[in-house]
Design a protein around this ligand. Sequence first.
Ligand SMILES: NC(=O)c1ccc[n+]([C@@H]2O[C@H](COP(=O)([O-])OP(=O)(O)OC[C@H]3O[C@@H](n4cnc5c(N)ncnc54)[C@H](O)[C@@H]3O)[C@@H](O)[C@H]2O)c1
Ligand SMILES: [Zn+2]
Length: 448
Amino acid sequence: MAVVHASSSICSPFRSAPTVSRDLRTFSSPCIAAATLLRRGLRCSSVCRPGKCFASSDRIHPRIAASSAPVMEPFRPEVASRVFTSVEVDLGNRSYPIYIGSGLLDEPDLLQRHVAGKRVLVVTNSTIAPLYLDRVVEALRHGNPEIYVEKVILPDGEKYKNMETLMKVFDKAIESRMDRRCTFVALGGGVIGDMCGFAAAAYVRGVNFIQIPTTLMAQVDSSVGGKTGINHPLAKNMIGAFYQPQCVLVDTDTLKTLPDRELASGIAEVIKYGLIRDAKFFEWQEKNMQAMLARDPNALAYAIKRSCENKAEVVSLDEKESGLRATLNLGHTFGHAIEASFGYGKWLHGEAIAAGMVMVADMSYRLGWVDSSIVERVLNIIQKANLPTAPPQMMTVELFKSTMAVDKKVADGLLRLILLKGPLGSCVFTGEYDRKVLDDTLHSFCKS
Ligand SMILES: NC(=O)c1ccc[n+]([C@@H]2O[C@H](COP(=O)([O-])OP(=O)(O)OC[C@H]3O[C@@H](n4cnc5c(N)ncnc54)[C@H](O)[C@@H]3O)[C@@H](O)[C@H]2O)c1
Ligand SMILES: [Zn+2]
């Protein structure tokens, strides 16, 4: 049985891979952006308008996989709309940028450069539409009179992440004559992103799509990496496709309207990156949790950037999840069991995986793979983030076992898990663990 080890310190192939380099890619003005490229002898492939310049070396230096921006830039609202960071997901000729910054919804050039064809279908939901749909449509149309933009507004909620709702996207696409060269734009959280991406993968066997994630969960995780899909009543995310977007546009200002509970849910995925491969990031989170919860723009921007860098590195090394990518599912086997058994949407995804990560830490400790200080730190940071540290009371050992039996990580009847092993920031993906220890953990978290 193969065991995949992962940790940024022990075996982060990113740090040693000769083909992957780092580059300063936080541009704060046209001059800085262009000058940075020129100094490096690079051609500026930016889309420039008076006062605006989105320089990018994408086409010049396609193997850049991550940026190293200053950690905490002073927040200057007057220039905020011109400051952004770009992290590249390196997948050869399917590489794409993740733009991260404040005010990016009002930057038409950035969006338009990734639109293929002249027909666009924006997929969103009834909560996000009144907040951001007009701005996105305006950004698509601005100075671009030939473009035809259609919208489909889906009902809001995880319980609608299903085949019936997906059909509404296809209905609108066919009614509005979306052709092979059209672009689907996902405007929303992970539910919209996953569904729109799957629709784009399947519609006429594949059209372009763009992710505009508006929740922290989507900005740090679901919009990046090309996993798309819907739920089956018996198992979460069971039907889907790997399908990469043309770009991901993260306007950090959208987090201002996000409810607190949703913000905390996204923080669960941020914590996950620290635990599986980035001990320094975990330490940063321990010190900056309050700032993130208080929506300090710099703290959130850094958390998003570092999370995207971690995800981009993992995805570029293992796009189709043959091993390493599975580590991004830390806590998800327990978490998905909670979501499916409790009823989709009752607990948010991040809440379920937060409890799942505590269970993983417990099991890893029982196996003797981590020391008690790691269990304590996991518990503390999850408590600090106002996330649950145990499954809901209705969860029984039997419920866990029956839902975990249909987990996507079951291979030949054997449930493989992501477990912590070694120092902080290290984990393994393995089916080689004592089954009794899994039972012990389940019994210690469930009444029956
Ligand atoms: N594809 C992947 O790799 C991946 C990774 C992680 C999670 N996911 C999936 O993502 C989903 C969870 O995503 P989520 O947490 O974003 O949930 P979500 O999409 O349901 O959004 C959460 C809620 O916030 C609302 N909302 C979104 N943006 C808002 C904003 N800016 N202001 C106010 N309200 C806003 C939404 O309408 C919704 O009510 C799950 O289905 C999960 O399986 C996928
Ligand atoms: Zn997740």
